[in-house]
Design a binder for this molecule. Structure first.
Ligand SMILES: [Zn+2]
Length: 227
């Protein structure tokens, strides 16, 4: 693999953000194999344009991304592409990031660290204030299962292993924020140990690895017409 340009620890329960040039990638490493990492992204030149889970599911026709899938923005432009994934591929695009209110609803009477505040923390370290609070994050390594009745969801511990990683390539100059989710009440971290732990980010230089950009999904009869 290419030599990382930078390595950044995301401390357990905290947030970090990075700025990527188009073509650079960020590798998100599940150091201990038990940590869910929430992720958001914005166009570096227009922070009102943000990575959008609902538009991404239309674009890919997938519940969750696989290698080769691009996340698109609120303007439906590709912003991040999954170019590598050594984990079992279990991630989530459905669940809102945790926030202060979520922990109040879970019975916390005191402030609980949360992903939403962590994204602000990470961006402020770069001197950037994210303008729009997007509840929908890409929840890397999070295990949410659609049940056979196609109605119910099940929230389960992550199934990743120590050192598993996913690599996201920037398709535009962008800011990407990450939170090592502080959730320690609902069992989403490792099986039998719900303790939030560190994760690691590595910034990789251009075109690693080379996976062509896929266009949007279109219905088969339209795809046939365009040849
Ligand atoms: Zn969280």
């Amino acid at each position: 693999m290419s030599h990382p340009l930078a390595s950044i620890v995301v401390p357990a329960g905290h947030g970090k953000a990075v700025r990527l040039r188009a073509g650079q990638s960020v590798q998100v490493i599940n150091t201990h194999g038990t940590q869910v990492v929430d992720c958001w992204a914005w166009n570096a030149y227009d922070l009102n344009e943000y990575m959008c889970m609902e538009a991404t599911r239309v674009y890919t026709q997938h519940l969750n991304p696989v290698v080769g899938d691009s996340f698109v923005t609120s303007e439906r432009h590709p912003i991040l592409t999954v170019v590598e994934d050594t984990s079992p591929g279990v991630h989530d695009t459905f669940m809102a990031a945790c926030d202060r209110r979520r922990y109040e609803l879970l019975g916390c009477s005191h402030y609980h660290r949360n992903c939403t505040d962590n994204l602000v923390e990470g961006m402020l370290e770069l001197g950037v204030t994210p303008p729009r609070r997007s509840l929908a994050s890409f929840n890397i390594f999070m295990n949410i299962r659609v049940q056979p009745d196609n109605i119910h969801l099940d929230t389960l511990p992550t199934v990743t292993r120590p050192g598993d990683f996913i690599t996201l390539r920037a398709e535009m100059d962008c800011f990407v924020a990450f939170s090592a989710c502080p959730q320690d009440i609902v069992s989403i971290q490792g099986e039998g140990d719900n303790t939030p732990k560190d994760a690691e980010l590595r910034i990789l230089d251009d075109a690693y690895p080379h996976i062509p950009l896929r266009g949007p999904w279109v219905p088969a009869h339209l795809a046939a017409r365009s040849g």
